[in-house]
Design a protein around this ligand. Structure first.
Ligand code: NIG
Ligand code: FE
Length: 392
C-alpha cells in the first residue's frame, strides 16, 4: 500500500472537533483548524493528520505550497439529470415575473424526449463543473420523469453518477393527471420501480405541488420500503411541511425560505438539518432566509446548490457559501462547515465532510491563505486542486 503525504499546508480545515480547542474559543473552532499542517493518505483514506513537524514518513510527498486545504464540498441537493433549458423563464422572472412550481412541467417534457446518453452527458458535464469548483460528493434527485418508466430511468441514470440518489417522483402532479391517482402511482408502482437504486425519498411539499397529507402518504410509503426521508418545504410560503418532516425524522428539510418561529424551534429540537439553498433566492429574487436565526436557535444547517434548470442553475458551492455569508448572516466558518460537514450529515454520511483518520481523502486546495477568502473574494476561482480517494 502506497502512502502519500500532503505537506506544507498553510491552514488545514479538518472539521474534526478534536482539533478545535475549547468550543467557542475562536470563530473557526468547530472547523478543527491546524496551521502549518500535513495530511497522510493511504488507500484513498486519511491515515494521519496533524502539525507538519510531527508528520510520519510516507512513500510519496506532495507540496501544498502554503495553500489552505479543506474537505471537499458536499452538495447535498441537486437535480442535474434533466433535458432542455429554461433561460427564457429566468429572463421573464428577471423582468418582473415570479417563480412557480408549474415550470417543472416544461423540463419534464424535455427530459422525457432526451436519450439516456444526452441526459448522462449533461449530468456528467455538470459534475465536472462542480468538481472544478471543489465539490467531491453530489446528491442527485429524479423528478423530471413523472411516469413509472421515466422515473425508473432517471433513478437508474443517477445511480451511475452517485451513491446519493433521491427518488422525487412527487415533484409535481403531471399535466392532466388527477392528484390523488398520481399519489397512488408514486406510492405503488413507481416506488416499486425505483426502490432498488434510490437511498432517499423526497417530496415537493408546497402550494402547486403536494399538500401535507399527500406528502405524509408518500414519505411513509418510501420509509416502509427502506428509503430515508428528506423533503422540499417552505420554499414559496410557510406550511406544515417542516413539522411533518421533523416528526418523520427526515434527515433534512430543504429550502426553509419561509419558517415560522415554531418551525425553527422544531428544527432546533431535532436531528433534522435545515438545508439552505441561497442560489435559489438569488435566482428567483425571493427573500433570503436567515441562517443566523437557525444557528442561534440551535438548529443544524447545511448549504447546497439545488442545481436545476428552473429555480437555480448554479453548480458552484463557493458561490453559495459567499451568498450564505453575505445574505444569510452566517460567518465564514459556519458557511464552510455547512457546505462540507453539514452537507455530509444531511446525507447521514460519516465517511465524508471531514478529514480525520479513516475518512475519505476528498481534499481541496484553495489558492488562498484562509477559507475566509471564499466569501471575501466572491466569484474568484480559488480552487487550485481537487483530489478524491482515487486521485492519490
Ligand atoms: O428545488 N422546488 C422544487 N424543485 C426544484 C425546482 C425545480 C424546477 O423548477 O425545475 C427546487 O427549487
Ligand atoms: Fe430542489
Amino acid at each position: 500500500m502506497t502512502s502519500t503525504v500532503l505537506r506544507n499546508i498553510g491552514l488545514l480545515v479538518t472539521n474534526d472537533p478534536a482539533f478545535g480547542g475549547p468550543s467557542g474559543s475562536a470563530p473557526g473552532a468547530r472547523l478543527g483548524e491546524i496551521r502549518e499542517a500535513a495530511l497522510v493518505v493511504e488507500d484513498g483514506l486519511v491515515a494521519w493528520v496533524g502539525p507538519a513537524a510531527e508528520a510520519p514518513a510516507a512513500d510519496r510527498a506532495l507540496d501544498a505550497e502554503g495553500r489552505t486545504v479543506i474537505p471537499g464540498f458536499v452538495d447535498s441537493h441537486s437535480h442535474i439529470v434533466f433535458g432542455g433549458d429554461r433561460s427564457a423563464e429566468y429572463e421573464a422572472r428577471m423582468s418582473g415575473g415570479t417563480y412557480a412550481a408549474g415550470g417543472i412541467r416544461s423540463t419534464v417534457a424535455a427530459t422525457r424526449a432526451a436519450t439516456d446518453d444526452e441526459l448522462l452527458g449533461r449530468a456528467r458535464s455538470l459534475i465536472a463543473e462542480m468538481r472544478s469548483q471543489g465539490t467531491t460528493t453530489v446528491e442527485i434527485k429524479s423528478g423530471y420523469g413523472l411516469t413509472v418508466d421515466d422515473e425508473a430511468r432517471l433513478v437508474r441514470l443517477a445511480a451511475q453518477l452517485t451513491d446519493e440518489v433521491t427518488f422525487l417522483g412527487a415533484h409535481v402532479v403531471p399535466a392532466g393527471a388527477d392528484a390523488d391517482e398520481y399519489v397512488s402511482l408514486v406510492t405503488g408502482p413507481m416506488l416499486d420501480a425505483v426502490a432498488e437504486h434510490a437511498k432517499w425519498i423526497d417530496v415537493f411539499c408546497e402550494r402547486g405541488a403536494f399538500d401535507v397529507e399527500q406528502t405524509r402518504r408518500i414519505l411513509q410509503a418510501g420509509i416502509s420500503r427502506g428509503l430515508l426521508p428528506r423533503l422540499h418545504a417552505a420554499q414559496l410560503q410557510p406550511g406544515e411541511g417542516v413539522a411533518l418532516g421533523v416528526s418523520l425524522g427526515a434527515a433534512s428539510i430543504d429550502h426553509c425560505t419561509f419558517l415560522t418561529d415554531d418551525d425553527v424551534a422544531l428544527l432546533a429540537g431535532s436531528s433534522t438539518f435545515a438545508t439552505l439553498l441561497p442560489g435559489v433566492e438569488f435566482s428567483t429574487r425571493q427573500p433570503y432566509p436567515s441562517g443566523r436565526r437557525l444557528i442561534d436557535a440551535g438548529a443544524a444547517v447545511a448549504i447546497a446548490t439545488d442545481c436545476n434548470p428552473g429555480s437555480c442553475f448554479t453548480s458552484s458551492m463557493p458561490f453559495c457559501i459567499a451568498l450564505a455569508i453575505r445574505e444569510m448572516g452566517m460567518t465564514p466558518a459556519e458557511a464552510l462547515w455547512s457546505a462540507t460537514r453539514g452537507g455530509a450529515r444531511a446525507l447521514r454520511r460519516d465517511d465524508i465532510g471531514w478529514l480525520r483518520i479513516g475518512a475519505r481523502a476528498d481534499v481541496v486546495e484553495l489558492d488562498a491563505p484562509s477559507y475566509v477568502h471564499l466569501g471575501y473574494r466572491p466569484g474568484v476561482p480559488l480552487v487550485h486542486t481537487v483530489r478524491t480517494a482515487a486521485d492519490w
